[in-house]
Design a protein. Sequence first.
Length: 290
Amino acid sequence: MKNKLNKNKRDSISAKTKEDRFAKNQPSKPKSILKSGNPETNFNKIGSGMGSNGQVWLYGIHTVKAALSNPNRKKYRLLINETSTHLLSINKQQIPTEFVPRHKIDSILPSDSVHQGIALLVAPLKYKTLDYIYKITDENALIVILDQISDPRNIGAILRSASAFNVTCAIIPNKYTPEMTPTLAKSASGALDQIPIVNTNNISRAIDALKRTEFWVMGLDSGSKQVLSETNISGKIALVLGAEGSGLRRLTKEKCDFLINIPVNPRIGSLNVSASAAIAFYAISNIHKT
């Protein structure tokens, strides 16, 4: 009986010794990796693209390049993928630059971000006040008004088209408009730093102000019988775009000088608001050329 107890004890000690030896032979993990709060090493957590104090991480070559070229944009840090050193050439202002692994950039941005190996930490731009429209002297000015459009990608795409067709500025309401997030900025492809944005508490008052400065205000409405391409108009124009799905609000429609539509094949039903905006900008730019 005694020998059997001693054998069990020997087996227990032997097993424990093997475990200790196995543990000693394993490579130890660096302590910094184990600290979940360490921003330099915690690469597994996907970020929001937002920095501290309201700062924003912009990403993508065109978006970052436009921000770097904007003297009114405050910049803090530039991250470049360590295998994409050629991107340093767009940093004309010598913003502090860090060459980092690709997963470091992945870790600070939303999971679906196509950052092209570059990200820039910036402060949000300040909106213009409604007084800005009284300073517009161009007789062929075009302003776009976003009436409660809520999808960041749609807003970004509209601003991108606005920049392409030389729109003077965009007017957005305080309410129901999303923040200028990294996703919105990427969709705008640099237009956030190229198009002045006026922020207003009340779209109706903004329309009244535009009329006082001799703007024609026309709303894009699929129910209108007036076709955009057949509209006989010239001078300063403000184009009002309604929310996805619901379109222009009743009061906004009533405030417009007239409503226009873009005819499409009935099998499609309607175009996305950003696609409609691009067509309208092109049509209006042609009107201004004649």
